[in-house]
Design a binder for this molecule. Structure first.
Ligand SMILES: [Ca+2]
Ligand SMILES: [Ca+2]
Length: 483
């Protein structure tokens, strides 16, 4: 008995120490930030259940370590305007950057905007990045104390040759399948390795370390070991129904046709019998992205920064793989707008929690400002998610807005998606009964009041688009204002 009590006390102390460790220690006043940006990753990750076969164990582990948003949406369903919105904390309809064929700093309203990395840098952080954070490389300039660079995909294309690997004729960037490279040779592992080196070094100031992974953006190239995790004979196509387009208004139908002139269009993919291969390639590329995230988190946990670093993971928009006979992005449906969004803030987020409330990537700027206790920043149009991080189920009466060029908007709430096109055409979906947005209720009289209520969230004012760059040769001239 004499020796039992001290050992019991020691045991209790040990158990409570483990408990503290399991829940993470509280973050310091100005924590480091690990900011993981992913390009074109839709909800085909384990924790969002967008595809039953998705293998993304490391991203899912991160979701368990912190909290994830199951109803997070981009503010524009394509790279440049989505990233401009996130990085400046303003909507496309307020900043004038609506399209990929624009330079962020050419738009008068964002010319001098202070971005997230600039704000952190101005407030005592050391900012570090590799890969794609802004849409264009030149826009990374002035944001980072150190930038580890970025390289395109053409070195892979040159090695593979013009026939590509998918089986599509003249695929160019619209290519998909296994490629003869090792994981460590791939661009994203280069960025990951650069970031891992940063985590091994002492830093005199808190750091904001951004890693911009460029997968699963096209081309969907992965080392064979990832591709082989999805045997073609077992791959499940996304859930689609015949005639899904029949209840779409003319503008909605038009939205399904933008990529029709590219090799990755529904008729071209199905004509060549390559839908399963495209699905397998997207899943495999996402698994490779997950591999990079895993390496990064492993390095963080081995580093001296394991317990004083806030982690944020996001994707810039989603991706269609045949849903509504549409491919890629640039639509206002769930496949294009829904994104993974995970925040791990020890002491604030409860491990393995999630929130179903509608939130946007635009909310990240004010959230990070609050979590890192930086001075309040004026002019931000999103709202801090910290109340939801603390209480994921609390009332959150704000919708997530997505814009595809002036006049075309989606309003997403916890239960509804309402789309209003510039032509006046509308769509309405009830996510409680119709998560795939098969059944357009916009013309059903009993929903008139709901439509009216959702329409009150549409932007009251829209600025004109900033200057445009020449159109890419592989897409068609497309008028987003006419059915
Ligand atoms: Ca993107
Ligand atoms: Ca339909």
């Amino acid at each position: 008995m004499k020796s039992f009590l001290p050992s019991l006390l020691l045991k209790c102390l040990f158990i409570s120490l483990i408990a503290v460790k399991a829940h993470g220690e509280n973050l310091p006043e100005h924590p480091n930030v690990l900011f993981i940006a992913i390009d074109d990753l839709n909800d085909w990750v384990g924790h969002l259940e967008g595809h039953p076969q998705a293998i993304t164990p490391h991203i899912d582990q991160l979701a368990k370590r912190g909290m994830f948003f199951s109803n997070a949406h981009c503010q524009a369903p394509i790279c440049q305007p989505s990233r401009t919105s996130l990085l400046t904390g303003t909507y496309p309809f307020s900043n004038g950057v609506y399209d990929v064929e624009q330079n962020m700093r050419d738009a008068p309203l964002v010319k001098d905007a202070v971005t997230i990395p600039q704000y952190f840098r101005n407030n005592g952080y050391r900012t570090l990045a590799a890969g794609k954070i802004h849409h264009r490389t030149m826009e990374e300039e002035g944001s980072w104390d150190e930038y580890g660079g970025r390289r395109g995909w053409s070195w892979m294309g040159d090695h593979i040759g013009p026939d590509g690997v998918s089986g599509l004729p003249e695929p160019s960037i619209f290519d998909f399948g296994p490629v003869p490279f090792e994981a460590d040779e791939m661009n994203d592992m280069r960025y990951t390795d650069w970031a891992i080196q940063q985590l091994k070094q002492p830093h005199a100031k808190p750091f904001f370390l951004a890693v911009g992974l460029t997968t699963p953006h096209l081309p969907l190239f992965t080392p064979r070991e990832f591709y082989e995790q999805y045997p073609l004979s077992e791959v499940k196509l996304p859930e689609v129904i015949p005639g899904d387009l029949e209840d779409l208004p003319p503008m909605g139908r038009k939205f399904t046709r933008y990529f029709d002139t590219t090799p990755m269009s529904h008729h071209n993919i199905t004509r060549h019998g390559l839908w399963h291969k495209a699905v397998a390639s997207y899943l495999a590329t996402a698994t490779f992205t997950d591999h990079c995230v895993g390496k990064l988190l492993e390095a963080l946990d081995k580093s001296e920064y394991a317990n004083n670093t806030l982690i944020v993971l996001w994707s810039d928009h989603g991706f269609h793989i045949g849903e509504k006979m549409h491919w890629e992005k640039r639509s206002l449906w769930e496949e294009s707008t829904r994104v993974p969004l995970i925040i791990s803030a020890p002491g604030i987020t409860t491990p393995a929690s999630s929130s179903p409330k509608a939130v946007g990537l635009i909310d990240l700027f004010p959230t990070l400002v609050e979590l890192c206790q930086l001075p309040e920043k004026s002019g931000l149009e999103g709202r801090s998610l910290v109340p939801l991080l603390k209480d994921p189920q609390r009332s959150w009466p704000y919708p997530a807005l997505t814009t595809q060029l002036p006049g075309n908007h989606s309003v997403r709430t916890e239960h509804w998606r309402y789309i209003h096109y510039v032509s006046g055409d509308e769509e309405l979906y009830d996510h409680r009964s119709d998560p795939h947005e098969f059944s357009n209720l916009a013309e059903t009289p009993e929903y008139l009041a709901i439509k009216k209520r959702l329409a009150t969230h549409l932007p009251k004012k829209e600025v004109p688009s900033g200057p445009r760059l020449p159109r890419r040769t592989y897409t068609q001239p497309f008028d987003w204002t006419q059915p």
